[in-house]
Design a protein around this ligand. Structure first.
Ligand code: SIN
Length: 580
């Protein structure tokens, strides 16, 4: 087995796509433009590296701008990185990498300071002028800096986009990344991408660079209802798997407990109701108006997110309802308008007035705690390929991310990646001509089928039966497209919809394979047939990679958590091959 930073040959599997018709040369290409991507781009450009940012929509269209609650850091009086570490480890349910968390919490306050130097403005107290801090689930104290009340991500995005533009960094918008380019030794040599619509370059092209940073965000669109924007289709994880990189902890999908309930069949991006609303004193109540989290956890509504999501689901099952309520009428109109203007507007747009009525809420897919496995410098197992932000699995989140640690992780590990690239510029030879694609493209309509399968079989509450059903249905989708390719030499027309659907199927299959294997309940992985946490057998990670030998096989390898992420992991005997 390889470890992050060591050579790994690519799988030879590529998306079907036309050959690149244009190319750009760079030292560093950053894929994605959220807090992680733009931070690493700014640092690399400041160090004199020719840096190109490619992003799927507009520069400010990723997940960062939707972040409401804020950014967690030990900034308050009496707070310490050690206390932040403790809360993070508890939320992570035994699977955090303590060294990674320690870096996060100790380097975090400085990174937030540098973000402010880049122009981000946080809310401050009128009396003291100090940054105002709020609370969210799992935090034992006020530790979350916010901006514009509940528009923290939008403010961070604004500041970083302006800084990138002021620095004159080259950006390519509306560009869907396709695959990694690698040299003959498997080292990173750039990416292929498709630029949509009008731009400097149209169609499929390439950015040649010895360092590629994946900052593509999450994969929430693998489920029917999610807080993630439409662009979150797991492109970075799928690319990394095809390039031979290891992916870890994909079974740990965080379902945010309080997403505005828009009906049982609501699809796509759903409005978030930030945990900060509970942090400021809102109560979760059931259909009878009873506060059901009291007595379930010492922090009641502010228990870690997985515990609150489970509490909501259980009470929904008991009462036979599709949602619970978040009651914050006692805030009054003025507090709602000043502190939570974004949420207030979203609720009112859907006919709910939180000032006068409780808000109907239910859990929805929110965050991938796992992702492309990295070491403490953001290096993946493919030389020259880095990952940061939601696409990465740095080890800080374990089985359940602590609220508002994601923006912080993006910042801290982006800076570490830039330092690594500057200190140790990756070497590369000429990109090899990509081998012909071996897997079929999914038809564009498969996206909705995948979402339905995943929501039914691999959602908040899972079982061996539900996961087996999901796995079989996903295999059927794959087999149907493969049959077309093998029998008739045909695959779906290459295009954004079919590439996205193919990426979604890839990450869905890995997620389900890992969730089937993990026969316990831990963090945000909830198995009704294995309701207890099983430290004796499962205090370890599931590492997944596409087999390099058998082109259409997934290898799922459990590895000991003590060895995550920087030491060779020895447990190869428990590996499982799945026909793909
Ligand atoms: C929220 O504001 O509740 C979301 C924050 C997060 O996902 O960390």
């Amino acid at each position: 087995m390889s470890t992050p930073g060591t050579a790994t040959a690519g799988t030879g599997i590529r998306l079907h796509a036309p050959a690149p018709g244009w190319a750009v040369e760079a030292d560093v290409v950053v894929v994605g433009s959220g807090v992680a991507g733009l931070t690493v781009a700014l640092r690399c450009a400041a160090a004199g590296r020719r840096t190109v940012v490619v992003t799927k929509a507009r520069l400010d269209d990723g997940s960062t701008r939707w972040a409401q609650g804020g950014i967690a850091a030990a900034l308050g009086e009496g707070d310490t990185p050690e206390q932040h570490l403790d809360d993070t480890l508890v939320a992570g349910a035994g699977l955090c990498d303590e060294a990674a968390v320690r870096l996060l919490v100790t380097e975090g306050p400085g990174a937030v300071g540098r973000l402010m130097e880049s122009g981000a403005v946080f809310d401050t107290s009128a009396e003291t002028g100090e940054i105002e801090l709020t609370r969210e689930g799992g935090h034992h104290r006020r530790r979350i800096a916010h901006a514009g009340g509940d528009a923290t991500g939008a403010e961070i995005s604004r500041a970083l986009v302006e800084a990138v533009q002021a620095a004159g960094i080259r950006t390519v918008e509306n560009a869907l990344v396709l695959d990694l380019l690698q040299d003959a030794e498997g080292r990173t040599a750039g990416v292929t991408l498709h630029v949509m619509g009008e731009g400097q370059h149209d169609g499929v092209g390439a950015v040649h660079a010895p360092a590629v940073i994946l900052a593509t965000g999450g994969m929430g669109q693998v489920f029917s209802a999610t807080t993630n924007p439409a662009v979150s289709t797991g492109d970075g994880v799928a690319l990394a798997l095809r390039a031979g990189a290891e992916v870890s902890d994909l079974e740990f999908v965080q379902f945010h407990p309080t997403v505005l309930f828009l009906g049982p069949d609501a699809e796509g991006q759903q409005p978030l109701v930030s945990e900060a609303v509970r942090g400021e004193g809102a109560h979760l109540v059931d259909a009878d108006g009873v506060r059901f989290m009291v007595g379930q956890h010492e922090l009641a509504e502010l228990a870690p997110r997985d515990i609150v999501a489970k509490g909501i689901m259980r009470r929904m099952q008991e009462q036979g309802t599709r949602h619970m309520y978040l009651d914050a009428r006692h805030f009054g109109a003025e507090m709602w308008e000043q502190r939570f203007p974004t949420i207030l507007a979203a609720c009112r747009a859907h006919g709910i007035d939180p000032v006068t009525e409780p808000i109907p809420v239910a859990p929805a897919a929110h965050y991938a705690s796992g992702g492309v496995r990295t070491d403490l410098h953001g290096r993946t197992t493919v030389p020259g390929l880095y990952a940061c932000g939601e696409v990465a699995c740095t080890g800080v989140h374990g089985a359940n991310r602590l609220a508002s640690n994601s923006l912080l992780e993006g910042l801290v590990f982006a800076e570490r990646i830039a330092e690594d690239i500057v200190a140790h510029p990756p070497a590369v030879g000429a990109p090899v001509v990509p081998v012909p694609a071996t897997g079929p493209l999914q038809p564009s309509g498969a996206r909705y089928e995948i979402q339905r399968i995943m929501t039914d079989g691999a959602g908040v509450l899972r079982s061996a039966g539900s996961l087996a059903g999901a796995a079989a249905a996903l295999e059927d989708l794959y087999a149907a497209a493969l049959g077309e390719l093998e029998t008739h030499g045909k695959t779906a027309e290459p295009g954004v919809d079919t590439w996205e659907a193919t990426n979604l199927l890839c990450v869905a299959r890995v997620l389900v394979a890992a969730a089937r294997r993990r026969e316990e309940t831990r963090g945000c992985h909830w198995r009704e047939d294995h309701p207890d946490r099983d430290d004796a057998n499962w205090r370890r990670h599931l590492v997944v990679r596409l087999s390099a030998t058998e082109k259409r096989a997934l290898v799922v390898t459990p590895t000991d958590s003590a060895d995550f992420p920087s030491v060779q992991h020895p447990l190869l005997n428990d590996s499982m091959e799945q026909s793909a």
